[in-house]
Design a protein around this ligand. Structure first.
Ligand SMILES: NC(=O)c1ccc[n+]([C@@H]2O[C@H](COP(=O)([O-])OP(=O)(O)OC[C@H]3O[C@@H](n4cnc5c(N)ncnc54)[C@H](O)[C@@H]3O)[C@@H](O)[C@H]2O)c1
Length: 437
């Protein structure tokens, strides 16, 4: 019989440190405040609405996830944020334009209290942005220490018990792993030497992981996904998750592609295009930031369809992803997909998807779930890369030598089995022979 994992209780307050106070962050914060007051429902959040089946199908046991594992309550969350703009979270939410003013006004006093601390920012990594609320420091190590001071002050002022950090900042330019990223020592030397190989997101990740604060990356840039920071996380027993929230078009791709592959339907082409008018869209209009996003969005199909195993079906797949910055749409993205399918005897078919989505409305419940699950992981003494949270990400971070699991349904099974494991319940394999023996 499996035994439950020892999990420390979710006692006291949980500080949620958000890097970037833009559309995703403000939609998360305002959403949590509105839900707390009963103005809205936490739709899209597994931690708030999800259930998990325990035992056999005949047992009728499907408790809420929040009833089987000790998660921080929404009432115990306290938000803090950094941004290069000085707007408080009410003003930032108005700029983002995701949540309607009538709902924002109901939580306005609480939103106005969240004023961003000066950011660690360098335009070298996000070309399209410039703002006044930026820290100065002799080198990146000094800047990381300044972030540490913000975190300590926040913890003290709000009498917080625990913390998590989520990078909800803009997508940085495309970078690949380099020598500075190899070990904790080379990384710390590079911080002191102001090495350009260390973008701002790594400075934040370092500041969190050094203190054992769980860290997630909602954007596609490398951030904590380098050997030095994974090694530091092992030393400080810090859980990590990332990268790039799986919302919108990629969410649909990871729902549709496993279905097509399950029926062994071939795919010759998958053309995806988007129009997006928020600040994220503006940042992604820069080719270097777009490259980071493109890599993240494109990897999904290769891993799901496995062309190396099915060369006749997917060996010639042409996969194109475009994002066009189109201001009139704001956060209300529109995505079009054209899928060129191949069926029995090679007969062609097509699927057209037109998704009128709201990016940050899809992203906010993920930020909430990831923050609560990372806090759970920390209290359950699970550290390093949390593969069970790959459910939430476009480019799940994974151990070297492994390929990432992109299929949403396998990811969900992994997540729920992790919860069963924590609870000391039998894992569900879906073999099901026992019902017929
Ligand atoms: N909206 C979605 O559904 C979604 C999905 C997946 C990934 N993402 C990613 O999440 C991130 C946030 O998205 P968004 O729509 O909120 O964008 P946004 O532009 O509205 O917000 C990002 C904020 O980060 C701030 N920022 C940038 N660099 C910073 C730094 N170094 N320190 C502190 N603040 C910094 C910017 O000033 C801005 O206010 C983006 O990288 C985006 O690609 C968003």
């Amino acid at each position: 019989m499996p035994v439950p994992v020892d999990i420390a209780p979710a006692r006291g307050k949980l500080g949620v440190l958000l890097v970037g106070l833009g559309a995703v962050s403000t939609t998360t914060i305002a959403g949590v405040l509105a839900i707390r007051k009963g103005f809205a429902k936490p739709i899209g959040s597994l931690t708030q609405m999800g259930t998990v089946r325990l035992g056999k199908r005949t047992e009728g046991r499907s408790p809420k996830i929040s009833d089987i594992v000790p998660l921080a309550s929404l009432d115990d969350l306290v938000f803090g944020a950094w941004d290069i703009f000085e707007d408080d979270s009410y003003a930032a939410a108005r700029t983002a334009g995701v949540i309607e003013p009538s709902l924002l006004d109901k939580v306005r006093p609480e939103l106005e209290q969240i004023r961003p601390w000066p950011a660690v920012f360098d335009q070298r990594y996000v070309k399209r942005l410039e703002g006044p609320n930026v820290k100065k420091g002799a080198n990146k190590k000094v800047l990381a220490d300044a972030l540490g001071d913000d975190i300590r002050r926040f913890k003290q002022e709000h009498n917080l018990d625990r913390l998590v950090m989520v990078w909800c900042g803009s997508t940085e330019v495309f970078m690949i792993e380099s020598a500075a990223h190899h070990t904790v020592e080379s990384f710390e030397r590079a911080l002191e030497a102001n090495d350009p190989a260390i973008p701002s997101s790594m400075v934040y990740a370092y500041a969190a992981i050094r203190e054992g604060i769980p860290y997630a990356n909602a954007a596609p840039n490398l951030s904590a996904d380098i050997p030095a920071l994974v090694e530091l996380a092992a030393r400080t027993k810090t859980p990590l998750a990332g990268k790039d929230l799986k919302t919108g078009q990629t969410l649909l791709k990871t729902i549709l592609a496993p279905g097509l592959k399950a029926r062994l339907l071939g795919v010759d082409g998958w053309y995806s295009t988007n129009i997006l008018g928020n600040r994220d869209g503006e940042v992604l209009d820069d080719p270097e930031s777009f490259k980071t996003k493109e890599e993240s969005k494109k990897s999904v199909l290769d891993y799901i369809l496995q062309p190396q195993l099915y060369p006749d079906l997917y060996g010639h797949l042409c996969h194109v992803v475009r994002i066009n910055y189109y201001p009139p749409r704001g956060d209300n993205k529109e995505g079009w997909d054209n899928i060129d399918l191949v069926g029995w005897l090679g007969y062609p078919m097509q699927i057209k998807v037109n998704f009128l989505c709201r990016d940050s409305i899809l992203a906010a419940p993920i930020v909430l779930d990831v923050a609560l699950f990372l806090d759970l992981a920390k209290r359950a003494n699970m550290h390093g890369i949390q593969e069970w949270l790959s459910f939430y990400f476009k480019s799940p971070i994974h151990a070297p030598g492994l390929y990432p699991e992109h299929d949403l349904f396998i990811q969900l099974m992994k997540l729920k089995n992790t919860l069963r494991y924590l609870k000391g319940e039998e894992l569900i394999t879906h073999l099901g022979r026992e019902y017929y023996d």
